[in-house]
Design a protein around this ligand. Sequence first.
Ligand code: ZN
Length: 273
Amino acid sequence: MRFLVIAYLLTGCQKKGAVEMETEIESEIELSEESTSAITQDMSETEVDGSVYGLGEDRFETNTSEAISVEESILDVEDCFYYTALTEEIKERITGKSYPDTEESLQISYEDLAYVHVLHYDFQAQVQEGELICNQSIAQDLVDIFHELYESQYPIEKIRLIDEYDADDEASMADNNTSCFNYRTVPGRTKLSNHSYGCAIDINPLYNPYVRTSDGKELISPDNAVPYADRSADFPYKIDKNDLCYRIFTEHGFRWGGAWNSSKDYQHFEKVS
Ligand SMILES: [Zn+2]
């Protein structure tokens, strides 16, 4: 079992390895007159100051050609929590979906956004990869928060880009998908949501619906979340003020939609500077 998890993690974090490999090749060309040890030293500085940002300042070199030890597998887990600027491939994945393909000027640019890679425990207590797009300003917060949630084995069913649902928020919520950036308005209004700036995130949204009143009628999003709108009921994956997710996000300066007065958005955390 342990080795299955290790093999999975190595596969799951290949994207970061690829980024590091490219950086290494460029550095070696630029620093061809330097000694090998100087190159290695420069590499560690490049990683910290460059396009890949992880949990801490100590970076680890991974030698994939050798047998995998348990100790190395622990380092690999740490390497799976990181953020980068959007690559061309990621821009292609989101453009025309969560990121509008339009000539009109947007309130956000690709450069304002970051790609975040994490691991999480699903509802079967299996380790899964998670991907998020968020504002650069909260990227390090999300890396740290999801690492803390992972260490506590906090259950999150899935963390996929909303682009896998064609940026359809209702479909993503109904599938209980955790997501962040989506250039859209607040439901029922013309105002842009904080998700448009990548400053808001929705966690386990099926079990933590958005509940509001319109024309005297209670509206619950997603549609299939009606059983979970009654917050006095007892059910799993419920975010409340005793919940670990609530505690960690608020410690990082996020506000919780479940504490709003005019509506209740139990899935929603946002940090707007
Ligand atoms: Zn939200």
